[in-house]
Design a protein around this ligand. Structure first.
Ligand SMILES: [Zn+2]
Length: 342
């Protein structure tokens, strides 16, 4: 009798355990993808008149290097993350207008804008003393006029290669930046476009009005852009590149201002530095740069997923509905950020 009661008791316990386990187990849901489409933007390109548009090194052009690195990045990205859709704004050597780049990114509903460039530093001009020259001059007038001589220093100006090197990653930021020269250089192609007025109207990309408007549009992507940019620089530093850090650009670059998604611009190295020019032109250098960016991207995706998990947990706790799509989730990520900074 005792034995039978015990068996019934144990069966009951087991049933309750199994039942409660089944009931409490979360249904297996397919995780929402935090990144579905990535826009890869190779900077500059060959213009209609056949000329190059970007910076120039001793023997190579920024336009060609940007395309080569972008192609390597796209190829390896496709291999490693086939589920992600990749859209190239400049798939060939030909230039794409800056307004078209932003349109392609926005029309493709990109989740991320990856802009690849090569940096340039202006040569250093140095005045050096070459010697002295005896110069004759006269003082006084009439009978008091005297002939005198003096030694005048002679100079010559030599132009030296700027030794600047390393990588830096830009995000579009609200703060005023002293990097005006670079910003103007990167924006310059749009001003040269033949249909500039038609594409952009009367806007001046460096005007305070346009910057204010862009700020409203892009500030919601600031945290994600800054996080990704930091991961990219970390990966470059790990392979021994000189880390020139994440920088914000107050005087913006059109593509970073006009894309409605987290956006970064990677200056992969200096074409004006001979060692780096060789590196940027080498297959191994291009592969290393692409691999760094892919590793950074993986870290970024893991970071976004972690944010998603945290929000899911919070939602469960507060008995709220889960976000219905990724954009709602991303809004929540930024909303959470606002709540912290407020
Ligand atoms: Zn550039």
């Amino acid at each position: 009798m005792i034995g039978r009661t015990l068996i019934i008791f144990l069966v009951c316990c087991l049933s309750i355990t199994i039942f409660s386990f089944v009931k409490n187990s979360p249904p297996v849901e397919k995780k929402q993808k935090v990144i579905r489409t990535i826009i890869v933007d190779a900077g500059h390109g060959i213009m209609a008149n056949g000329g190059h548009n970007g910076a120039k090194g001793a023997y190579s052009y920024e336009d060609d290097i940007c395309l080569a690195i972008s192609k390597e990045f796209v190829k390896n990205l496709q291999k490693e993350m086939p589920e992600i859709k990749i859209v190239e704004t400049r798939p060939t050597e030909k230039i794409t207008s800056l307004s078209r780049r932003a349109d392609i990114a926005n029309e493709s509903n990109g989740d991320l804008f990856f802009c690849i460039h090569v940096n340039a530093a202006v040569p250093i001009k140095r005045r050096t003393l070459t010697g002295y020259k005896t110069v004759t001059y006269y003082t006084g007038k009439g009978s008091k006029r005297k002939k005198k001589t003096k030694n005048e220093p002679q100079y010559k100006t030599v132009t030296l290669d700027n030794p600047a090197k390393g990588t830096e990653t830009y995000i579009w930021g609200a703060h005023k930046s002293e990097e005006k020269e670079l910003a103007i250089r990167e924006n310059a192609p749009m001003l040269q476009e033949p249909d500039f007025k038609k594409s952009y109207g009367n806007i001046d990309p460096n005007s305070p009005e346009f910057i204010a408007l862009s700020l409203l549009k892009t500030k919601q992507y600031f945290k994600r852009s800054a996080t990704l940019a930091g991961f990219v620089q970390d990966e470059f530093a790990k392979v021994g590149r000189v880390d020139r850090d994440v920088k914000q650009r107050g005087v913006g670059i059109w593509v970073l201002q006009a894309t409605a998604m987290p956006s970064i611009l990677v200056e992969t190295g200096y074409i004006t530095n001979r060692v780096e020019e060789d590196y940027l032109n080498s297959k191994s250098g291009q592969k290393e740069l692409a691999d760094c960016m892919i590793r950074a991207l993986k870290t970024y995706i893991a970071w976004l997923e972690k944010q998603q998990d945290d929000i899911d947990k919070e939602n469960k706790k507060s008995d709220k509905n889960k976000p219905k799509d990724v954009s709602a989730f991303l809004k929540m990520v930024e909303g959470k950020e606002k709540a912290i900074t407020r």
